[in-house]
Design a protein. Structure first.
Length: 441
């Protein structure tokens, strides 16, 4: 039985009000409570089978009879999914619930916390102790190494490969703690697959084939691809995805987020292996005047591949500009503003003293200037003359016929038109040598 503490009389009303609010909320944030009545858990287990199911099992007994059973499960926080289970009231009840990870996606390594809410027929309530089950990709024999709050998993390659994974991760965490001015303590798991085919079996259904890694910030989980011995790829993908996890742990709040350009810009910035071609892509867009406005990169990136790559390049360049122009201290102030759920435009003005558009313009001034269109060829007019649709030669005076000129002109033309018409009729009726004779009736 859970330990009970005596409530001071002056707090009784407040406690009663709190319990009433929790009841009205339908256990939206339930906590274990003491059993009222006799409820005995004979079995409470969960088993996870990769790419198949997570099965929760309960066997419970009460002399007064079990009336209702709810399963609560969740991951990465205090948010739980409530599953009312259909039962027939009886002194002993056995129930199961099957969770299909192919429908309700679960990444490998996720820890599910679960417990049961039980009511007997007398209305007494019982909340079981919280338990956990880990959903693992059991297709491979994973090796693992841990340091501080980071654990890396790999199945191909020797211990040196694991050390490279872990060392890269720890360097990134240390660097980001110094830059953001906040310690990182939440657990982080990194699963490194040896091929894209292997990793696709752990991704959500219908994921794009070109993805090389994915972070689940709310769960503290990273999955990626790196062939043992490819140190350059390890030092690209691990810092990039780990940056998303660390930033989430530092900035997460229940009221607001932070712009995508800030998140992705820091991720590219922390890569120890840079992306080839970003500088060229950025400079070409600047010269052709096709850069994307910073405000447009706050919520999402374009779906077009080339524009998406440009979005990453711009985000990285903006983060570098902020650090080199204003210093790490201002980066920390900006992160603190986002952690306080300050709107992006307001945060920029508070920290830098300029508007979002002014920050965008200042950054663009460091790039190549847009190339102007070629000037028109010399030796001719650059546009059509205004009198191009009037009679006479364009640009010259129109001949003047004088008073009655149009009458006398029409008098001369009419006989000429009549003669031409009669001549055409004669040509149409004259027989030709090849015409057959008409038959007489």
């Amino acid at each position: 039985m859970p330990h009970l503490t005596r409530t001071h009389p002056t707090h009784a009303l407040a406690v009663a009000l709190l319990l009433s609010l929790l009841w009205i909320a339908g256990w939206a944030m339930p906590t274990p409570v003491a059993a009222r009545g006799t409820v005995t858990l004979l079995e409470s287990t969960a088993t996870a089978t990769f790419d198949s199911d997570v099965t929760f099992t309960l066997d419970v007994r009460s002399p007064t009879g079990i009336a209702e059973v709810d399963l609560l499960y969740g991951s990465g926080g205090n948010s739980y999914t409530i599953v009312p289970l259909p039962i027939t009231p009886a002194p002993q009840v056995q129930v199961q619930h099957r969770l299909d990870p192919r429908i309700f996606y679960l990444p490998p390594g996720v820890d599910l916390t679960y417990y049961w809410l039980i009511r007997d027929t007398d209305g007494n309530e019982y909340a079981s102790e919280r338990q956990s089950v880990t959903y693992m990709d059991t297709r491979f024999a994973w090796q693992e190494r841990s340091e501080r709050n980071v654990t890396v998993y790999w199945y191909e390659g020797n211990a040196a490969f694991g050390e490279e994974l872990l060392g890269t991760a720890i360097r990134t965490v240390n660097r980001m703690e110094a830059e953001l001015g906040t310690p990182v303590s939440g657990p982080i798991k990194i699963f490194m697959y040896a091929s894209g085919q292997d990793m696709r079996g752990a991704l959500r259904a219908n994921s794009v084939e070109w993805v090389g890694g994915q972070a689940f910030p709310g769960l503290g989980i990273i999955i990626g691809i790196a062939v043992p011995g490819n140190v350059a790829e390890v030092r690209r993908i691990v810092p990039h995805e780990l940056s998303h996890i660390v930033l989430h742990q530092v900035l997460d709040n229940p009221y607001g987020g932070w712009p995508l350009w800030f998140d992705e810009g820091l991720a590219v910035y922390h890569q120890e292996t840079p992306d080839i071609g970003f500088d060229t892509l950025l400079n070409d867009a600047a010269r052709s005047d096709t850069l994307i406005p910073l405000e447009a990169l706050a919520a999402s990136f374009p779906t077009d591949t080339n524009r998406a790559l440009l979005s990453y390049a711009q985000s990285h360049s903006m983060v570098v500009y902020i650090i080199e122009t204003y210093g790490v201290e201002k980066l920390q102030e900006l992160a603190a503003a986002f952690r306080a759920a300050t709107p992006v435009a307001v945060a920029i003005e508070q920290v830098f003293g300029i508007s979002l558009d002014e920050l965008d313009a200042a950054w663009r001034s460091t790039l190549p200037a847009p190339e102007r269109a070629a000037p028109p060829l010399e030796g001719g007019p650059s546009r059509a003359p205004a009198d191009r649709f009037s009679s006479g030669t364009p640009g010259l005076p129109t001949p003047h016929l004088g008073d009655g000129g149009y009458f006398w002109l029409s008098t001369l033309l009419v006989p000429v038109l009549i003669v031409a018409w009669l001549g055409s009729l004669r040509r149409m009726t004259r027989p030709t040598p090849d015409d057959p004779p008409e038959e007489e009736g």
